[in-house]
Design a protein around this ligand. Structure first.
Ligand code: DAU
Length: 241
């Protein structure tokens, strides 16, 4: 299993915090945001990890993480020239993943549940994770039938409030790279990860598994959610002292 942290994008919803600093290097509690993803991957016994980021920030990430030796992993840095979307950022890791499986984390997502067993026992084509949110219009959200079977993910559905967000953690086998090649840019000009996930969900060819998180989850892409991430991190810290 390879690990991938997507840490590119433009971070405009966090301006001016992210004018001179990459979002994923901002502090959340006592550590930079990206370390939280790194710890999740290492916790799943993953030893080879790629970090995808913008050209101007590669040196900042390598100053922090270096070769990965301190974290008992081997880190590869990949450059996304322009923020072309999550699936486009992931496509840059095709050679890195090779014939292996990959666990992909969005660098601005944080959660408490362990996904170690999901990583270690993965033997399907795609595994997704969901969490209830009150503001579904901000995310990719799952549509389920009466028997709780996942039938679609809708990306940023207008006017949807209570919903199950497809959080920024995905496990794939290497068919993901072929499937990224099949999708078209969305209305916002990006290659969306939800378009890729819908290929898996809608085709009988693939084995898709999913799980609902039990503990807290948040993204940190807006001022409000960044503040929430810091509150969770504070609770985590204060419970250990
Ligand atoms: O937070 C979960 C949500 O993340 C999912 O429910 C959505 O399905 C998914 O599309 C995504 O939604 P956002 O609009 O919030 O994603 P955002 O553009 O903020 O990108 C999330 C992370 O992905 C960001 O922290 C860095 C990485 N990224 C994003 C883009 C657009 C890249 O590395 N390159 C990119 O080009």
């Amino acid at each position: 299993m390879k690990g991938i942290i997507l840490a590119g994008g433009s971070g405009t919803r966090l301006h001016p915090l992210t004018v001179a600093v990459n979002k994923h290097l901002l502090p959340v509690g006592a550590k930079p945001m990206v370390l939280r993803c790194l710890e999740k991957l290492i916790g799943g016994d993953i030893e080879e990890i790629a970090i995808v980021t913008n050209p101007e920030y590669v040196s900042n990430f390598s100053a922090l993480l270096k070769s990965g030796k301190k974290y008992n992993c081997d880190i590869t840095y990949k450059v996304q020239d322009e923020p072309g979307g999550i699936a486009q950022a992931l496509s840059l890791c095709e050679n890195f993943v090779g014939g292996d499986n990959c666990t992909v984390l969005l660098g601005d997502n944080m959660f408490d549940d362990s996904i170690k067993d999901d990583i270690i026992n993965f033997n399907g084509d795609c595994k997704l994770f969901f969490k209830h949110v009150p503001d579904g219009f901000r995310y990719g959200v799952g549509v389920f039938d009466e028997e709780n079977r996942l039938i679609e993910i809708k990306e940023k559905p207008k006017n949807i409030t209570d919903a199950y967000c497809a959080i920024g953690a995905y496990i794939y086998n290497n068919s993901v790279f072929e499937n990224i090649k099949k999708i078209e840019p969305s209305y916002r000009g990006e290659l969306e990860i939800s378009s890729v996930n819908n290929i898996y969900i809608k085709s009988e060819e693939y084995k898709v598994d999913y799980k609902f998180l039990e503990s807290w989850w948040t993204d940190a892409g807006t001022i409000e959610s960044y503040e929430r991430a810091n509150l969770y991190a504070y609770d985590e810290y204060s419970s250990t002292i």
